[in-house]
Write a protein that binds this ligand. Structure first.
Ligand SMILES: [Zn+2]
Length: 294
């Protein structure tokens, strides 16, 4: 069983035993507080991780279980931890909450995700609004709605630190796969997080980000570079997503090309919405894409 690690006087982390190319060393579950605790992202359905969380909690009361978003590496254990502690599960909404109208329409038309593990049964006890404040034993946590990686994604602001979930991480760029992932929303949520001027980010995976402004700028330019690369390739003629991936992602292991294809698709949906790219016969994962003629 894993043990907790102290990050600050009233903040501990336990990494869940679910390492993978998509989760890094595993999902970070955070415990805040001294006499009364708040848990952020209980993690995957895993009995040993539940044991680890319960051991770290000890006999202390848990005031709330906060969930950044409804991916299966973050949210499923919330229900069992709630049963064990009698604490309510708080999140932006269910797995479909917070989708843009456009993504909701694409999903209705049959666009499905890339199998990245949506916790479709996720149901918080109470939904948190954007900028909602949680008062906890003289302390305040603020929910920050940050869609992009996932429609119902929240970051949590606490004492100048931000728990950034999968929105901004240090070890990896963020996976954006439609219809849960939305590049336009992601870019706006980067601006939103930047405006917080956080002293540190505690992400859903990997180590703390000590220079948030630099990391956010890096992720923004990474996205803009991908977008420019897609437009450059399409300037040479129409392509399908597979063709774009093999030309653009030359520095990425082939095992990650499936994920890369979802990211490219996310960019193409955004470019189509902005009138820069046209999809034939219609917007979809198998479509052919070409530049819009101006
Ligand atoms: Zn995620």
């Amino acid at each position: 069983m894993r043990t907790s690690r102290q990050l600050e006087p009233e903040l501990r982390v336990i990494c869940a035993p679910n390492p993978s190319p998509m989760t890094g060393e595993g999902t970070n579950s955070y415990l805040l507080g001294r006499n009364r605790l708040v848990v952020i992202d209980p993690g995957p359905e895993d009995a040993s991780h539940l044991d680890a969380l319960r051991a770290a909690i000890g006999g202390l009361p848990v005031e709330a279980i906060l969930v950044t978003h409804a991916h299966r590496d973050h949210s499923p254990l919330a229900r069992r931890l709630a049963q064990a502690t009698s604490a309510p599960v708080l999140a932006f909404g269910d797995a479909f909450a917070g989708r843009s109208e456009r993504m909701a329409r694409l999903a209705e038309q049959g666009l499905s995700g890339g199998g990245e593990g949506v916790d479709t049964g996720f149901a918080p006890d109470r939904c948190l609004g954007d900028d909602e404040l949680l008062h906890l034993e003289g302390d305040v946590i603020r929910a920050l709605w940050t869609p992009g990686h996932f429609g119902n994604h929240l970051c949590f602001v606490w004492r100048g630190a931000v728990f950034s979930g999968d929105h901004v991480m240090g070890w990896s760029s963020t996976f954006v796969s439609p219809p849960d992932g939305d590049i336009g929303a992601y870019m706006r949520s980067l601006d939103r997080l930047e405006a917080e001027a956080a002293r540190v980010l505690y992400p859903g995976h990997g180590a703390a980000v000590r220079d948030p402004a630099a990391r956010i700028a890096e992720l923004r330019s990474h996205r803009l570079a991908r977008e420019a690369a897609i437009l450059r390739v399409l300037a040479d003629g129409p392509r399908q997503i597979g063709g774009l991936v093999s030309i653009i992602y030359t520095d990425t292991p082939v095992a990650m090309h499936g994920a890369a294809a979802r990211n490219v698709f996310a960019h193409l949906i955004d470019l189509e919405a902005r009138g820069l790219v046209v999809a034939e016969p219609e917007l979809g994962f198998e479509a052919r894409y070409h530049l819009a003629t101006v």
